[in-house]
Write a protein that binds this ligand. Structure first.
Ligand code: UD1
Ligand code: CA
Length: 458
């Protein structure tokens, strides 16, 4: 493949989104639309990527990131797609080829772009076109009836009725030969119904200059659909998610319903993974073999090893989970947590920034924060590590084979030594001796002849 320059047109304001957020910053699968386009462009290892921005410019730059491979060029007034590409001219190499992408067409695949680029060379031009059942609104591809070669693109609003019947449309994505660009773009006129400098007018110029026009098509039509309003955005979101689900199913993942599933980042699955409905995967999530994720779970930057099960309504962030663990239902596992193998975390348990070694159980209604927990520990219901004094955080160490009775508070910093048993209802403020029962509890008393207060009966 020839090395390309990329120009991304992203200056339009996207009025129909009815939002103060610039159109290209609206998220699809948790990532700005424009970032999808840039990441796809990067997969082609371009010499440079020139982004034409306008509306909400600074915010767009900040959000998408000022990576060194991006050149930002402002188009102060949106005078048309041809005018937009012209702004990029100073950044383009004198020879070579330039791929034009739209910042609001997020789902185009890098393979589709690769085949298009493969059709281009330094002195021809390649257009990505598709045949649509309903071509309304798009520029039409005009071909010579004899040779079938492309002659021109006519915008819908400038098209003759006979041209409007053409189903082959311009996706807007094209590869242009740099050496002709300046002369073509300089000759564009805005004498058309929209008063814009149309990039599409360079096609007829190219034909005049004897430049060959090649075409190719995407594997799926939805790759070239643009986002103009919230309805199209939600349609594309579902299309994308079902595409992700389909790929995972091809790899053997079982979904209760692939239409109720969202990945906002990357999900990598081992063999025989099962995912129930309404789960959201954010950032980088890796699931090992035989992992089951039950309904309504949210996992963000999580790695789960073979055989572990996450029960319904659990939320897990920045966490590593070993093999054969049980988590949830209703577990909240916060950043910095590592569960080793065969750890059980039950309902209404919150764990933060803690390491829990193999075979330990925190099964009910507990808060474990900033804790180093050994193996085979049993934490009774309602146990709290009191890790915060209002200013500083402190660590709790719970060594191997400890048993903590229900409703205990461990006031950090504190160490519960190997084999300790803590009596239920204790408040532990000092390190406990190994192997002993420690408890801090008021002695139980009973008061004879005590009477409950009673209301006057008369
Ligand atoms: C364009 C094509 C049309 C094609 C359609 C595909 C032209 C003249 N027409 O029409 O043939 O079928 O896309 O969707 O090219 N933009 C700028 N600066 C501008 C104008 C536009 O950056 O001055 C950007 C927009 O933000 C958008 C893209 O270019 O990302 C396309 O512009 P838009 O106005 O949507 O073009 P269409 O009229 O849809
Ligand atoms: Ca458009």
């Amino acid at each position: 493949m020839l090395q390309i320059d990329v120009v991304v047109l992203a200056a339009g304001m996207g009025k129909r989104m009815r939002s103060t957020l610039p159109k290209v910053l609206h998220p699809l699968a948790g990532k700005p639309i424009l970032s999808h386009v840039l990441d796809t462009a990067r997969a082609l290892s371009p010499a440079k990527i020139c982004v034409i921005y306008g509306h909400g410019g600074e915010l767009v730059r900040q959000t998408v990131g000022n990576d060194p491979d991006l050149i930002w060029v402002k188009q102060a007034q949106q005078l048309g797609t041809g005018h937009a590409v012209k702004q990029a001219l100073p950044c383009l190499r004198k020879n070579g080829i330039t791929l034009v992408l739209f910042g609001d067409v997020p789902l185009v695949k890098s393979n589709t772009l690769k085949s298009l680029v493969d059709k281009a060379c330094e002195d021809n031009l390649a257009l990505l076109t598709v045949e649509l059942n309903n071509p309304a609104g798009y520029g039409r591809i005009i071909r010579d009836p004899q040779t079938n070669r492309v002659q021109a693109i006519v915008e819908e609003r400038d098209a003759l009725p006979s041209q409007k019947r053409i189903h082959e449309i311009n996706t807007g994505i094209m590869v242009l030969p740099n050496m002709y660009l300046e002369s073509w773009l300089d000759r564009l006129s805005n004498a058309n119904t929209q008063g814009e400098y149309y990039l599409t007018d360079i096609i007829a110029m190219a034909v005049n200059d004897g430049v060959r026009i090649e075409t190719s098509s995407p594997a799926s039509d939805w790759e070239v659909v643009g986002v103009n309003d919230k309805i199209q955005l939600s349609d594309l979101e579902r299309t994308h998610q079902q595409d992700v689900a389909r790929k995972l199913m091809e790899q053997g993942v079982t979904f209760a319903d692939p239409a109720r599933f969202d990945v906002r980042g990357q999900l990598v699955c081992g063999n025989n993974v099962e995912i129930d409905v309404n789960c959201i995967f954010e950032g980088n999530v890796r699931l090992g073999d035989n992992v089951k994720i039950s309904a309504n779970c949210i996992l963000r930057n999580v790695a789960i090893s073979d055989g572990s099960i996450v029960h319904p309504f659990s939320m897990i962030e920045d966490t590593e989970i070993g093999e054969n663990c049980r988590v949830g239902p209703y577990a909240r596992i916060r950043p910095g947590t590592q569960l080793a193998d065969a750890v059980h975390v039950g309902n209404f348990v919150e764990i933060k920034n803690s390491h829990i070694a193999s075979g330990s159980k925190v099964n009910h209604l507990s808060y474990i924060g900033d804790t180093e927990m050994g193996r085979r520990v049993n934490i009774g219901a309602g146990t709290i590590t009191c890790n915060y004094d209002g200013a500083f955080k402190y660590q709790t160490i719970i060594e191997d084979d400890v048993f903590i009775g229900s409703d205990s508070q461990l006031i950090a910093p504190v160490t519960v030594t190997k084999g300790s048993t803590i009596g239920a209802g204790s408040t532990i403020t000092r390190d406990t001796p190994e192997g002993q029962l420690t408890l801090s509890r008021i002695k139980q008393i009973s008061i004879a002849n005590w009477k409950r207060p009673e209301k006057n009966k008369d």
